[in-house]
Design a protein around this ligand. Structure first.
Ligand SMILES: [Cu+2]
Length: 766
């Protein structure tokens, strides 16, 4: 359609006004200056909870002539161009050694001044303190409530503390960013409360790029997170909740350390997470730790063998906020980091040839965890307001799509590579956007070899030119061989997946050439990262060393991509099957019908269009005090079918704690990278379904299963499942924590009948 200059300008002005108005409303609401009732009275909010689409109000009203994908005027670029700055590598964190005290506590180095980590939360000490004087275990910032957010009592004590006693520790703070934080050298500095990221130490300020932790099997980690966000929850610059719990997606951790039990904590407090590096099937397979493939690097060329199934080894993981009902706001705002787990087979060293090490591209200077040729790529889509400040729309319940391609939180950077093999750990860290990547050299596709999916090694590498779709939180580990390219060549990682304008899911994959040209209506289509082939780079593993073609390429590229990476976990006859349908069912029942409150509390304006049905029974929306599925004992194999309730949506469904083996998609075709692959996120496809095999063990407690389009997740497309241990405290159902600024209280959860196999007849068996 041809528009006159005047009409075109009128529309742009109106879209800008819409965005400004909406941003004002979002800000006023999140700061408590106006209420849901005000919006209803003004006719701007419907009873169903949607912002009424009026020109000049909602940029998401199509009639507002807004730009896609954000539904608002384009984020300003202030004259910058793509590929004008180098990719920032993730910031590798240094562990602190921990020592066991006579009392069985884990002590940080004395000079650090950090309190010991303990099996039971300091909340117990806070409760037990009888004076005289102020409670020494109180929150040091607010002087209210305990200093540790982990709930009191045995249910939130670290399970198997002695067995997985932490050897190293990290202390981080999450909160306001340091001055000078920006997405590109020539974009504006972010306000301290526009971006909330992690900083090192107690009550430190946050930095970018995201952090990277190098974990290894056999070396349990204690991660302490201080909440250093403002005590005033209105001081969030329009989005972000000053309460957090950190989910270590998808490590095999006990529930109290999974970061998704509803035990979020408040400014001034910390939470200790025990990342025990337990290898799944620890209690059932290789219990005597005799299999060298189930192991971690010892730091000196050898291995520390651990119990468990080597086929369950994990590699590329990440951790992110999981404050129920506010996850999208908080993750988007910067609450995320990556964690690489290193193992005997996946060592991060390409020289050690001991018959166990796969020698995948990585580097050679360090015993394990070399990063010279092993690169984490955190890919997301951001947006800013017209002043260049980070922006998020908390009213969008369908999907938030940004218009700034970010890699490791930097605007469309370039990365210098030598002509040799590299491994890239590609994470989709977007809230709602799916990607489909190809690698392009002068418009021609370059082969990519996939070695892992969601951090799980494939049994055999898969070489293709066209990666499968990648939903939110999905990871692909890919190997790219640049050896055929001469110095000076430029290659591009190209996203060719168009999303539906409403954020519901993917619309179509463009051809490489069409995608490469880019699209005016979505800046995330096209190249997001440029690779520049060069003759030398500085080592990140040994910064005094220069890596060159002469010492790292050709015959000196010692990395290997073996034909066999792991072994297949067989599909067996299950103890039971379950069907879990993700759909839309109306108003939802997250709020208590008597009190109108969510558990834990949710935004006053929250609506619940998204729901989950188990075994064909009633649809529910998330309430942490409701158990949708109960796993009665460890070790039983279950087959679950995730079903998309329809409507043209797609949902990336995430199962916490255990990996599932992908069995089938009903009758539909499967990508070669997902056939029988172990994963923790499955895209359902519009009207699609996927069946997986799961087995639970090692720990008990409350976990969740949910849509990882975090916008759907926050509007309650989430369910609690309860895993019962064979014996001990966790043989019983976990009481539901209700965190408050003065401490944690508990509720007794409801268990849905259809989710409890102890009460089901065999009629349920299919
Ligand atoms: Cu969803």
């Amino acid at each position: 359609m041809y528009l006159t200059g005047i009409e075109s300008r009128r529309r742009r002005v109106e879209a800008a006004r819409a965005r400004a108005n909406r941003a004002e409303i979002v800000k006023a609401l999140s700061q408590g200056q106006i209420s849901r009732r005000d919006l209803l009275r003004w006719g701007l909010f419907s009873a169903a909870g949607l912002l009424v689409c009026k020109n000049g109000l909602s940029p998401f009203a199509r009639s507002a002539f807004a730009d896609v994908p954000t539904g608002a005027p384009r984020s300003p670029l202030f004259g910058i161009r793509k590929f004008s700055r180098a990719l920032p590598r993730l910031l590798v964190q240094q562990p602190l050694p921990l020592k066991r005290t006579a009392a069985g506590e884990a002590a940080f180095p004395e000079a650090s001044g950090y309190d010991n980590a303990k099996r039971l939360s300091y909340h117990n000490d806070f409760n037990a303190y009888k004076g005289p004087g102020p409670n020494p275990f109180r929150n040091p910032i607010t002087n209210r409530g305990p200093m540790e957010g982990r709930p009191p009592g045995e249910f939130f004590a670290h399970q198997r503390w002695e067995e997985f006693f932490p050897k190293v520790g990290y202390v981080f703070s999450w909160g306001s960013c340091v001055a000078g934080t920006k997405f590109h050298a020539d974009l504006p500095d972010q306000d301290a409360n526009a971006v909330w990221t992690f900083g090192v130490g107690k009550f430190s300020q946050g930095t970018m790029a995201p952090y990277l932790i190098k974990g290894r099997y056999g070396e349990p980690i204690l991660t302490r997170i201080y909440n250093n966000t403002p005590t005033d929850h209105a001081a969030n610059r329009g989005f972000g909740r000053n309460e957090t719990q950190l989910h270590f997606h998808n490590a095999h951790n006990a529930a109290e350390s999974d970061g998704a039990t509803g035990a979020h904590h408040f400014p001034g407090t910390f939470y200790d997470y025990l990342w025990g590096t337990a290898l799944a099937r620890h209690d059932r397979i290789n219990v005597d730790a005799s299999d060298a493939r189930a192991s971690g690097p010892d730091g000196n060329g050898g291995l520390v063998k651990v119990p468990g199934d080597f086929r369950e080894i994990q590699g590329t993981l990440w951790a992110h906020d999981h404050r129920f009902f506010f996850t999208a706001e908080n993750v988007y705002k910067g609450n995320l980091m990556m964690v690489n787990y290193y193992s005997g087979p996946d060592r991060g060293n390409e020289l050690i040839a001991d018959g166990v090490n796969l020698r995948l591209p990585s580097g050679k200077f360090l015993d394990y965890g070399n990063l010279d040729f092993d690169v984490n790529l955190v890919i997301s889509d951001g947006a800013t307001d017209l002043d260049g400040q980070y922006f998020f729309d908390i009213f969008n319940t369908d999907g938030f799509l940004g218009d700034l391609p970010l890699v490791n939180f930097a605007y469309a950077p370039y990365f210098e590579v030598l002509p040799r093999k590299y491994r890239f750990r590609v994470l989709n860290a977007s809230m709602s956007r799916f990607y489909r990547f190809m690698l392009s050299a002068s418009g021609k596709p370059v082969p990519i070899t996939v070695v892992a999916s969601d951090g799980n090694l494939l049994v055999q590498p898969v070489t293709l030119s066209d990666l499968d779709e990648q939903g939110n939180a999905e990871r692909f580990d890919i190997i790219v061989d640049f050896s055929k390219f001469s110095v000076g060549s430029r290659l591009h990682l190209v996203n060719r997946l168009r999303m539906r304008d409403d954020g519901r899911g993917p619309k179509e994959a463009l051809s490489l050439s069409d995608a490469f040209k880019g699209r005016d209506d979505d800046p995330l289509i096209g190249a997001v990262l440029e690779f520049r082939v060069v003759g030398s780079v500085q080592s990140v593993d040994a910064p005094s060393q220069t890596l060159t073609i002469a010492n790292s390429c050709g015959a000196y590229d010692k990395s290997v991509v073996p034909p066999l990476l792991s072994q297949q976990i067989p599909i067996v006859t299950p103890t039971r099957t379950r069907v879990i349908e993700f759909g839309r069912s109306g108003d939802g029942d997250s709020r208590d019908s008597r009190t109108g409150e969510c558990t834990p509390n949710c935004p006053e304006t929250a609506t619940f269009p998204w729901s989950v049905k188990v075994n064909g029974e009633d649809a529910h929306t998330f309430n942490a005090n409701r158990i949708s599925m109960l796993i009665p004992k460890p070790g039983e194999v279950e087959h679950w079918t995730f079903v998309n309730g329809g409507g043209g949506w797609d949902h990336p469904i995430h199962l916490h704690f255990e990996e599932g083996v992908t069995m089938n998609r009903g009758g539909a075709s499967m990508a070669p990278t997902e056939r029988q692959a172990r994963k923790d996120v499955w895209r359902l496809r519009p009207s699609g379904s996927v069946q997986i095999q799961v087995q639970f063990g090692e720990f008990g407690g409350a976990y969740v299963n949910h849509c990882h389009n975090t916008v759907h997740e926050d509007f309650a497309m989430l369910m609690r499942y309860q895993l019962l241990a064979a014996k001990g405290t966790h043989a019983a159902v976990t009481p539901t924590p209700v965190p408050t600024a003065d401490g944690v209280k508990f509720l007794t959860p409801e268990i849905l009948r259809e989710g409890d196999p102890r009460r089901l007849s065999t009629a349920n068996r299919t």
